[in-house]
Design a protein around this ligand. Structure first.
Ligand code: BTN
Length: 261
């Protein structure tokens, strides 16, 4: 397996992101954990061919065998800065745009952080706020994108299947994909709050995989609620029409009832 070429990635990122440090590793515990340990004197992007402890949302593991795409971008923020709830969704919007520009058809977003194609998960997005005693606070955005369809996919429930780029069409060069993922994170992270709201209002509906679908939302404490998804607010919360009326949900796991048909 060839390690990605940092010069090629930097070229693909283009002049707007010339100040971003680009690191390419063979193997690492987690690209996001690597950034959490880094000084981040300047915004930094890291990719690895393989992760030994890839992390997903809610403390889950992210299976990261050699040959997948693992990218994280980190930068310092002022102490006390909070992650805007819509940030993962905006990363998703830019990632969909970037993938479509590369000829990958049909990417859609499944609130709160999945990129799906025909309902099957192609990529996951993890946004973390990291506090480091010496370096202060930083934001780290991690993107994992399946190149091959994970074999466990066959055993997942119908709304949780996974898919790899290889099963969708021609796979662009590794550096091209890494740069597209990194640029999505950088563009999203550079937006002012007002621009985030405007982008959500204008763009989310076009990428929304859940609108009009009956979904079950599971909260972190195990409680669930059901309803028809009616998009998201400009701030990134899910709008769910339930039998008791509209609910606005800021977090949770979403399952599509009865699959994606
Ligand atoms: C999810 O749970 O869907 C989010 C998965 C995010 C995985 C990526 S892979 C690159 C970065 N490094 C990690 O350890 N996790 C993120």
């Amino acid at each position: 397996m060839m390690t990605s070429n940092p010069r090629t990635i930097a070229e693909r990122l283009g002049p707007k992101w010339a100040h971003v440090a680009v690191e390419c590793l063979d193997r690492v515990d987690s690209t996001s954990a690597w950034l959490a340990r880094a000084e981040l004197k300047r915004p930094t992007m890291v990719t690895a061919e393989e992760q030994t402890r890839g992390r997903g949302r809610r403390g889950r593991r992210w299976a990261s065998p050699p040959g997948g795409l693992y990218v994280s971008v980190g930068w310092k923020v002022l102490p006390g800065t909070l992650i805007p709830p819509a940030l993962p969704l905006v990363v998703g919007i830019y990632l969909c745009e970037g993938l479509e520009a590369l000829g990958i058809t049909g990417p859609r977003l499944k609130w709160p952080n999945d990129l799906v194609v025909n309902g099957a998960k192609l990529a996951g997005i993890l946004v973390e706020s990291i506090d480091n005693a010496t370096e202060g606070r930083s934001f780290v955005i991690g993107i994992g994108l399946n190149l091959q369809t994970p074999s466990e996919g066959a055993h997942l429930p119908p709304d949780r299947e996974a898919i790899g780029l290889e099963d969708i069409g021609a796979v662009p060069a590794r550096e091209v994909l890494v740069a597209a993922a990194a640029r999505a994170a950088l563009e999203a992270g550079s937006l002012e709050p007002a621009a985030v709201s405007a982008l959500m209002a204008e763009q989310w509906p076009a990428w929304d995989a859940l609108a009009g679908r009956v979904c079950t939302i599971e909260h972190a404490n195990g409680e669930t609620c059901q309803g028809v998804v009616q998009g998201v607010t400009d701030e990134g919360a899910l709008r769910l029409e339930t039998e008791e009326g509209f609910r606005i949900l800021w977090s949770g796991e979403c399952r599509v009832r009865g699959g994606w048909e």
